[in-house]
Design a protein around this ligand. Structure first.
Ligand code: 1CP
Length: 353
């Protein structure tokens, strides 16, 4: 199954973002920011007043508005669908909430095979509001591409098994090491869910997908390769069949960048701890995305832009470079700094040399 989004009929086909993702020449380095929508924007806080996070994610009109806010404000080269990695679980009926100041909290954490088997498989009917929101968005976005996304099996599993955010992911890894058959079943279940969720978004018009394995950096390369990578590979293979570029991102993944590329990414997202000079040789001829330290926007503008220039220069050695922060926008970020950063990256001359 290929989609219109993967063909020249897509108005965003020749955008700098999609050109970079395909490894083609670009007029400027494309830029967007993980978590570009959200609490750093006063217009976001206004529309979210009195609306719970998950209710906002399930309201197509609000999703369109919130997704468009950073596109209007910054003129970034891509939009990212406003949702959350736990949304597909919520859509199939898992009892969970996104608690302000905390994050996703799961009422009955998954511990046994029976718990895994109780989670329904995702069908497009579960997420009709996603289809509606994506269709609305691609209409408004025109030549600006929309990135669809899903949480990767390990990162989503960590919320399901721990019951909420965690630093050590100890219960999750205890299941991985101690109950491999339960682990395998859980990874298959949420891997299939992630792939189906991405298929829905691309079928509705998303031009690219990003798989967030934010917490994969908690794993050794051997454990990642054995217990996690095969499941992320399955998700990325199903996304690849749609014909759109795939970005694969995690935090603290210096030791995993080669494997995250091999899992089937076209572009590997790099956090700020690993300089692109080091990351690029590891990702095996793939593109890279990243990776300015998100705290640099709190520095004087000239300091921030000087560091951004270093990132752009380093990125020129890659098969394609998409500029981003090394992780999400920090909620107390001054939006005017992100506006200046966007302008700087888009205006940075690439032709000389
Ligand atoms: O730019 C955008 O529109 C961002 C949309 C977006 C995305 C891509 C949100 C909205 N969440 C996500 C993905 C997501 N959710 C990830 C992967 C990306 C990353 O690493 O940052 C993860 C790990 C989550 C889980 C999650 N949801 C957390 C982290 C908790 C932890 O373990 O530390 C939190 C705080 C949430 C809630 C959430 N999701 C999104 C927003 C704006 C919020 C804040 C809630 C609110 O505004 O009420």
């Amino acid at each position: 199954m290929t989609s219109v989004a993967s063909t020249p009929a897509n108005p965003a086909h020749d955008s700098a973002f999609l050109r970079a993702a395909r490894g083609e020449e670009v007029p400027h380095t494309p830029v967007w920011f993980m978590r570009q929508a959200g609490r750093s924007l006063p217009e976001y806080l206004r529309v979210r007043e009195g609306v719970a996070m998950l209710d906002a994610c399930m309201d197509p009109e609000l999703v369109v508005e919130i997704t468009m806010q950073p596109v209007r404000r910054y003129g970034v080269d891509a939009a990212i669908f406003f949702s959350d990695i736990v949304l597909p679980l919520k859509a199939v009926g898992v009892d969970l909430d996104i608690v302000p100041g905390v994050g996703p909290v799961v009422a009955e954490p998954v511990r046994t095979l029976a718990d895994v088997e109780r989670i329904p498989d995702l069908t497009p009917e579960h997420v009709g509001f996603i289809t509606e929101a994506v269709r609305g968005l691609v209409g408004e976005l025109g030549a600006t591409p929309l990135i669809g996304f899903a949480g990767a099996p390990f990162t989503v599993a960590s919320y399901l098994v721990e019951g909420g955010p965690s630093k050590e992911h100890a219960k999750t890894k205890a299941m991985m090491f101690g109950a491999p058959e339960v682990w395998d079943a859980l990874m298959r279940k949420i891997g299939a869910m992630a792939a189906s969720y991405l298929e829905v978004q691309v079928a509705a018009g998303a031009s690219a997908v990003q798989l967030f394995d934010s917490w994969a950096g908690a794993l050794t390369p051997a454990d990642y390769a054995e217990h996690v990578m095969p499941h992320s590979t399955t998700v990325l293979e199903r996304a690849g069949a749609l014909g759109v570029p795939r970005i694969h991102f995690g935090v603290g993944t210096a030791n995993l960048l080669d494997l995250m590329g091999e899992a089937g990414a076209d572009v590997v997202g790099v956090d700020w701890r690993t300089p692109l000079e080091r990351a690029i040789p590891l990702v095996g001829g793939r593109g890279v995305q990243g990776n300015l330290d998100p705290t640099l926007v709190f520095a004087p503008t000239e300091v921030m832009t000087a560091r951004a220039a270093e990132v752009i220069e380093a990125g020129r050695a890659a098969r394609g470079h998409i500029f981003n922060l090394g992780h999400g926008v920090i909620p107390s970020t001054d939006p005017d700094q992100l506006a200046r950063l966007t302008e700087f990256v888009q205006g940075y001359p690439l032709e000389q040399r």
